[in-house]
Ligand binder design. Structure first.
Ligand code: AQP
Length: 332
């Protein structure tokens, strides 16, 4: 069975709708027919300052949300990145294979560091994509389900895997990004030219999955659209409406064409109201399941322990091979 690998940061406690539609939903689908490895990437979270108690809590809440969304530890390997030390170890090796200029070209780093200023930007944030390379290569993943914002990091992963394979000998599987066009980039509801992101300037356009559904319903209803009135799909001229249509389509299972026909003669308000209802219907049971997992910390710990043990079995083999190929003396 093909191997898939993906991770999500525990940084803000609640996942947002972009995380869910762009990534987590695919995780749930892919676990059926693939050998799936999914993790909460707490090592990545500390590339920006984290309060220790909040990080610990948010990591558990993240795992509970994955379970609540349908990630099933019976059908995949679910773990915390910090439970598998091989990530940091292979990360170092990959750092030593990456050109400084190559890392400096990563657009996510350029954007985030520009916002933070160089004094508060950590070296960890700079090498974050390289740690992600290690995350993927450790498991010899064939495919990595992510949103569009991760495409460049996947390219780097492929480049470094090929570089290692050429410099030493064939060792790593070259992974492919698995990006579903329709949900690859969910946009901010207030600024449909920017991706929905937890670090947006204002939370008004951000749909957080653990918020009171009434708050999210209001956000859908006050989503920014345009001065036209006809519901139709045009990513450039009607970015707001197109984003709402894509979200509707993902949640309802109806195609964009069907939706455009369905809303013919109706105003934007009808689309927004229907979308708010659809989301509320989905998110209620999701929140309920997430709470149940959070209410059973012993079970959560058990799931994570099983996951970490399974993950380490694979990761340790890869790391041992890598250490051997680069010429380290084996530990007696
Ligand atoms: N707007 C989005 N549309 C589609 N997919 C998205 N993803 C993130 N935003 C969108 C995908 O979610 C997965 C987890 O991402 P992450 O762990 O990198 O989460 P994040 O970076 O903390 O999420 P944000 O909101 O994007 O954070 P900031 O603002 O810090 O950059 C990934 O597969 C990602 O592609």
């Amino acid at each position: 069975r093909p191997r898939v690998l993906s991770g999500i940061q525990p940084t803000s406690g609640s996942f947002h709708l972009g995380n869910y539609l762009g990534a987590v939903r695919q995780w749930v689908d892919l676990q059926k027919d693939n050998d799936a490895f999914y993790m909460v990437v707490d090592l990545h979270a500390i590339t920006v300052p984290q309060d220790p108690a909040a990080l610990r809590e948010n990591s558990r809440v993240s795992v509970a949300q994955l379970l609540g969304a349908g990630v099933d530890p019976e059908h995949c390997t679910l773990f915390l990145q910090s439970h598998v030390p091989e990530h940091a170890e292979l990360g170092w090796v990959m750092n030593c294979l990456t050109g400084f200029g190559e890392a400096a070209r990563m657009t996510q780093f350029k954007d985030k560091s520009a916002k933070q200023g160089s004094d508060s930007t950590t070296v960890g944030l700079f090498t974050y994509p390289v740690l992600m390379v290690a995350d993927v290569l450790l498991y010899q993943a064939d495919a990595v389900p992510v949103g569009e914002d991760q495409r460049q990091h996947l390219e780097l992963t492929r480049d470094l895997a090929e570089r290692f394979n050429t410099r030493y000998q064939p060792t790593f599987t070259i992974p492919k990004p698995y990006i579903l066009k329709e949900t690859a980039k969910i946009m901010d509801l207030q600024d449909p030219t920017a991706k929905m992101s937890k670090s947006a300037a204002s939370p008004k356009g951000l749909v957080s999955l653990l918020d009171d559904p009434k708050v999210s319903a209001k956000k859908f209803k006050s989503a920014v659209t345009d001065t036209d009135t006809v519901v139709s799909y045009d990513e450039e001229k009607k970015a707001g409406v197109s984003n709402l249509l894509r979200i509707h389509s993902a949640l309802s299972g109806q195609s964009i064409e069907q939706l455009v026909a369905h809303f013919e003669g109706k105003m934007y308000g009808a689309l927004k109201t229907e979308l708010a209802e659809l989301f509320t219907e989905w998110v209620g049971p999701f929140q309920q399941r997430t709470r149940e997992f959070l209410d059973d910390p012993a079970e959560l710990d058990r799931v994570l322990a099983v996951g970490a043990a399974k993950a380490r079995e694979v990761a340790a083999v890869t790391l041992e091979t890598v250490y051997d190929r680069i010429g380290f003396v084996p530990a007696a």
